[in-house]
Design a protein around this ligand. Sequence first.
Ligand code: PLP
Length: 372
Amino acid sequence: MVKFIPVNEPLLQGNEAKYLQECIETGWISSEGPFVRKFESLFAARQKRKHGVAVCNGSAGLEAAVVALRIGPGDEVILPTFTIISCAAAVVRAGAKCVLVDSDPLTWNMDVNKIEEKITAKTKAIMVVHIYGLPVDMEPVLALAEKYGLMIIEDAAEAHGLDYKGHPCGCFGDISVFSFYPNKHVTTGEGGMILTNNEVLEKRCRSLRNLFFQSKKRFVHEELGFNFRMSNLQAAVGLAQLERLDDFVAKKRHMGATYTKSLRDIPLLQLPVVKTDYAKNIYWVYGLVLGNNLPLDTKNVMQRLAENKIGTRPFFWPMHEQPVFKKMGLFAGESYPVAERIARRGFYIPSGLALTDAQIEMVVSAIRKILG
Ligand SMILES: Cc1ncc(COP(=O)(O)O)c(C=O)c1O
């Protein structure tokens, strides 16, 4: 019987079991264990940053980043509407205002030409989000940040092993954040990492992560923090995963190239951009966008793929169309046509690290049958 092909399945075949065994044998299972610091410093070094602060997930990392940068009521943060809710939630929870930008129709990343018109006297930061395996075009964003004195929060949750003009993603933000959810190129089950070169921000993120405990008077708190700690068990898995990151990127690129070769002749089907003049895709996920003239309903195509035992996921739903934000009275009357279109016409197909060539072939043949 043909087995269901999930959208994602991680690969845990390196030193994961060995390092976990070490945690159990030594009794170091909490966040105080040695793998946490080791993972922090090696991950930071891989992304060419001075400091890494491991946290319990990427959403928590974004939340801590916004608070660490003292963004709050009266401040505005510019971010893409086409992203995960974690980005906007961090800004909204801090009491600041999200100012949204539409997407580039080809890369699906925020359209950097539309940022400057959104800058006001209240703008404090730009939150860039590298989407689905290609980076945001960072040079124009860095130039704007410089020109207007803005901070950059870099959401590199999907960008492990991705380079922009030869520099690793995660090295561009005043604070940069990664996720280690199991569909990421490096996983810890649940987990995240904050990176920065700024020692003051590093210390502040460490305190924010750890309830603002103090070293001398432990249970006396000067500020409200969170328990966003990562356990030694998670860091042990992360370290083993990090050792294989180059292989993982190569595997994902092989998957991307195979899908592209097999699907590119289907009319009106948009595939991920293989490369731009600043980056080569690492295919965090392999997304498809149905052309508007393709007389097929996205949900129906996904349903038919599921009937063929193939898992899919819809694209992100834009922030300005989120019911939760509408109820809060946010983004009324705003429209971002590119994000609205790709959200309705886009979905992604099995793209996990454990995906085999035989499974890719099955996915391709089902897509060709359905899109015929
Ligand atoms: C762009 C982006 N930012 C943030 C996150 C949140 O990460 P986590 O799921 O670890 O909270 C994700 C998760 O997939 C993401 O894709």
